[in-house]
Design a protein around this ligand. Sequence first.
Ligand SMILES: [Zn+2]
Length: 280
Amino acid sequence: MVNHKNKRKNIFFGLALAIGVVCFVVGKTTAAETTATKSKVAPLKVLMVTGGSSHDYTNQKGILEKGIAARANIQWTIAHQGGTNRAKMIELFKSPDWAKGYDVVVHNQCFGGVTDVAFTERVAQAHYAGVPAVIIHCTVHSYRHAKTDAWRKVIGVSSFSHEKHRPLAVRNLQAKHPIMQGFPKVWNTPNGELYKIDKMWPNCKALATAFGEDTQKDHTCIWTNTIGKGKVFGTTIGHHNETMSTDVYLDLVTRGMLWACNKLDDSGKPKPGYGPAKVK
Ligand SMILES: [Zn+2]
């Protein structure tokens, strides 16, 4: 009996000690988290819409996801839809509230076969209403044959075709613009597919051009635009993964995204709290 009692005592003591240790650890963690949360700016909620034909969106999705998250305080939601069908009207855009709750949308898609006017105008509407947009490469050619200018006005440029694949010499036209700070005077891309720009819409401002050898003229390839209440950053660069993976490209797109959200300072740096999340 005595032995049994002692055993029980030991078990109780052991349990009490274990609970004490757990409480101490949990208490410490909670305190640490509370401190971190207090000093932390909420990450930007970023929706990436990707998918469609002619490009390696499976890998580009990862390049942009990791590359931008390493440079800015963001939280991704990724909608990869439509497979490789250029004529697919993706599920996401069937709801008028498709962009609700997001601080910015990064479009990297290729749906050049979609011509439905109501669908195209619904994609555009979210940005007219004020959700900032980042427009990458074939997004400019998506919905281009729809008989409405709504999407073209959001993008800021009209383009219907591109030149042959070759590396591009991208000339920085606005070295003092926050988005172009740190961008080379001339950036020679590893590879490229230059879009022919047929029209610049009134609020569109060119930040860089590249010379088209086929057309023998300069084409805007990096720009800003405003539409309704929305701010837009766009670039037609980004066909090849090898170009998209460079620091120059990822730095540029990150600055463009932050600018569209009013989170880029005049020197091209993220505003306080919007730089990369600290690695613990
Ligand atoms: Zn392309």
